[in-house]
Design a binder for this molecule. Structure first.
Ligand code: GNR
Ligand code: NI
Length: 165
């Protein structure tokens, strides 16, 4: 089932997600729905926060052929280094793209969709995407990393847009 994606400046995007206690049937169904929603959008990642489920779940696929699904439950960054500036966008902030600086290499520990713990090392686009999604789980959007002036302009534009809908 394709889920609705919350759009900025919806305050629900500011919710801090809770740890998943057990990867049960409900969580597995949510992961499936999140993949379906991400591929349909289309996007390279989706955090549960964006579909109004406030648990620490991320799905990602940065491959060209959309055949490398990656699910991270209760993700933790255990190492990070370097810096990368990358032009980011967000399904919750449509039609808006800006450069953001993040760590270029990260090591992450998480549970997969079966509840099994694993570690992954990522760099470049995958590292950017994981950090972008982990921000969502903390109620943080990529636009929060921009200058106050850019944030003010975007907020005005988005508030006008949401009144039209
Ligand atoms: O689809 C997405 N593309 C993207 C591009 C650059 C940096 C981050 C991303 S994630 C985004 C999907 C999304 O909003 N995930 O939360
Ligand atoms: Ni996003």
């Amino acid at each position: 089932m394709i889920l609705d994606i919350l759009k900025y400046p919806n305050k629900k995007l500011r919710t801090v997600a809770k740890e998943v206690e057990a990867v049960n049937g409900d969580i597995k169904q949510l992961v499936k729905d999140m993949f379906e929603t991400m591929y349909a959008a289309p996007g390279i990642g989706l955090a549960a926060t964006q579909v109004n489920f406030h648990q620490r779940i991320i799905v990602i696929d940065v491959s060209d052929d959309c055949d490398q699904p990656l699910c991270l439950i209760n993700p933790e960054i255990i190492e990070k280094s370097g810096e990368i500036e990358y032009e980011e966008g967000c399904l919750s902030v449509p039609n808006y793209y800006e450069n953001v600086k993040r760590a270029n290499e990260i090591k992450v520990r998480a549970l997969n969709e079966k509840g099994v713990s694993f570690e992954i090392e990522a760099n470049e686009m995958l590292a950017v995407c994981i950090q972008h999604e982990m921000d969502h789980l903390m109620g943080i959007l990529f636009v929060d990393h921009l200058s106050k002036l850019k944030q003010k302009r975007l907020k005005k534009k988005a508030e006008k847009q949401s009144q039209k809908l």
